[in-house]
Design a protein. Structure first.
Length: 358
């Protein structure tokens, strides 16, 4: 201590140097720590760089341009596929839905009146010469009894869906009328659960949910006879493909069914026939018959009574092929593709980068 008292300036200088030396040691220690982190970061970056160089194709500017071109070509191919599923004449189905519930109900009533009138003008194929008109059930509602029986229009949020069903069903009915069946027994449309809830049918909801759990083929129980759910037969894919299903039960002869299916194959609209069932029609009123007198050949010569008097058995003529009246059940789906191709490749790349940051 005497030295510092004797030489205070020199002692102070020595103390300052000592403090600077200690501070230097601290900074050196901290610098080595930062260097370690920088070295670790450099090693990771070098490893990532070498991994990127090993990729095939390598992420070069040329390959990036080629990848963008491939994406554009794939998007164009996807758009072509989507356009192909729209049918040859998609404008047949109008998209100009009514704005109000009252207008929608009015259109449904006009729809019923028009097709009831048109059915009366059709000459059934294979029917008797004096038979005119397709036979319809009394007060037939063409699958819209949920609204027409009660006079309650669909809620506003369901107007576009119901309008689209009406438009597609109108197209199908015109094709069915052109095939000249003898009668229509029923027409059913697929009804969504939400539509029933909007109509306040609590029991309907329970029945439909039960049918969904059972996943019945296409016989789900509904509250209305003209409603059904297609079940596992559907081509519906959530988020990608939406469908509208209809089931027609009509009577006629085989050429009528063949003509109906052939018209649907024209693919004016994206329609797919899901199932066809044929069974003999039990009612016999519409069957083609011949007068009983033609079974006796003696009637041609005016000797019909003499045959019975002589005890000879009348000769009957059996046709080589006899076509009976049949009942046909056809389930048809209208297909709507919801997938949209990317319109902006850069946006697609940004989306891919956000999903996969590596």
């Amino acid at each position: 201590m005497g030295f510092f008292k004797k030489y205070p300036i020199f002692g102070g200088f020595i103390a300052i140097c000592l403090l600077l030396f200690i501070a230097g040691l601290v900074f050196i220690f901290l610098g080595f720590g930062g260097l370690g982190k920088a070295r670790k970061s450099f090693t990771q970056a070098e490893r990532s760089y070498r991994s990127a160089l090993s990729l095939s194709p390598a992420p070069t500017a040329e390959n990036a341009q080629q990848s963008e071109k491939n994406v554009q070509e794939l998007a164009a191919a996807l758009q072509a596929q989507i356009d192909a599923t729209a049918g040859h004449a998609p404008s047949i189905v109008s998209t100009d839905a009514p704005k109000t519930e009252a207008d929608m109900l009015f259109q449904l009533e006009a729809f019923k009146e028009q097709f009831t009138k048109d059915a009366a003008d059709v000459e059934p194929l294979g029917a008797a010469d004096d038979t005119v008109g397709i036979q319809l059930p009394d007060d037939f509602n063409f699958s819209f009894s949920r609204f027409l029986e009660s006079g309650t229009p669909p809620p506003s949020k369901f107007i576009p869906a119901v309008f689209e069903q009406k438009e597609v069903l109108g197209y199908l009915l015109r094709k069915l009328y052109d095939s000249q069946p003898t009668g229509i027994l029923s027409i059913q449309r697929e009804t969504q659960v939400e539509e029933i809830e909007a109509q306040g049918g609590a029991q309907d909801n329970a029945n439909r949910r039960r049918a969904n759990r059972n996943n019945d083929r296409d016989t789900a129980t509904t509250s209305k006879d003209d409603e059904f759910q297609i079940g596992e037969l559907s081509a519906r894919v959530p988020g990608a493909v939406e469908t509208l299903a209809f089931r027609f039960v009509f009577t006629g002869y085989t050429p009528s069914l063949r003509l109906f299916l052939k018209q649907l194959e024209e693919f004016e609209l994206p329609l797919v026939v899901r199932s066809v069932e044929v069974q003999p029609y039990k009612a016999s009123k519409g069957a083609r018959t011949e007068p009983a007198s033609t079974n006796n050949p003696f009637n041609v010569f005016g000797g019909g009574d003499s045959a019975s008097e002589t005890g000879e058995k009348p000769v009957t003529r059996e046709p080589v092929v006899e076509e009976n009246l049949s009942q046909f059940t056809v389930v048809v789906e209208y297909i709507k593709v919801l997938v949209k191709p990317p319109s902006d490749v850069a946006a697609l790349e940004d989306a891919s980068s956000s999903e996969n940051p590596m």
